[in-house]
Design a protein. Structure first.
Length: 165
């Protein structure tokens, strides 16, 4: 599995983002859907990666810099044909490593509270994310769940990330 920075211009990537937005729309009411579209993901404060196996897109993920010490996890998605193969774990581990290398002290996320989001919440719990209140511009919303992870020293986090893969 190869993780690469992506410019969101390729057909497979555009298709995966469309699948992601459709999935979010199916499981979240419009006022509680916080997924970014292609234009939103192309903003300078966002870094976006894709996981590939040869020419096949496996999944994607991004972080948005909120400030110099705090980033938000965005757009985590595994392609339908690659669910339950460890793609999300691999991408999340990569994103956390990048966040640590950039000097962020914390990474936060918003995900859904519906049952469809249980696998995502379990993944994040397994990486040490804990439940918290709204952050950045989010507000309390019964359809949203907020989580965060404090990022410790590079060495301590790297050894704990390796044990999760």
């Amino acid at each position: 599995m190869d993780i690469r920075v992506d410019d969101l211009s390729g057909g497979q990537v555009i298709g995966l983002i469309a699948e992601h937005l459709q999935g979010m729309a199916e499981d979240s009411p419009p006022e509680s859907m916080h997924a970014l579209n292609l234009d939103g993901l192309k903003k300078p404060e966002i870094a976006f990666w894709c996981a590939w196996e040869e020419d096949e897109l496996l999944g994607c993920g991004a972080i948005k810099e909120l400030d110099k010490e705090h980033a938000e996890l965005k757009s985590m998605r595994t392609a339908k044909n690659h669910l339950r193969k460890g793609v999300a774990r691999y991408i999340l581990s990569h994103i956390i490593q990048v966040a640590i290398s950039r000097g962020y002290k914390r990474i936060s996320l918003e995900t859904g509270s519906a049952d469809a989001f249980i696998p995502a919440r379990k993944l994040y719990e397994g990486f040490g994310f804990t439940y918290c209140g709204p952050f950045a511009d989010y507000v309390l919303d019964g359809n949203s769940t907020f989580m965060m992870k404090e990022l410790l020293s590079r060495d301590k986090n790297m050894s704990s990330l390796k044990s999760l893969l």
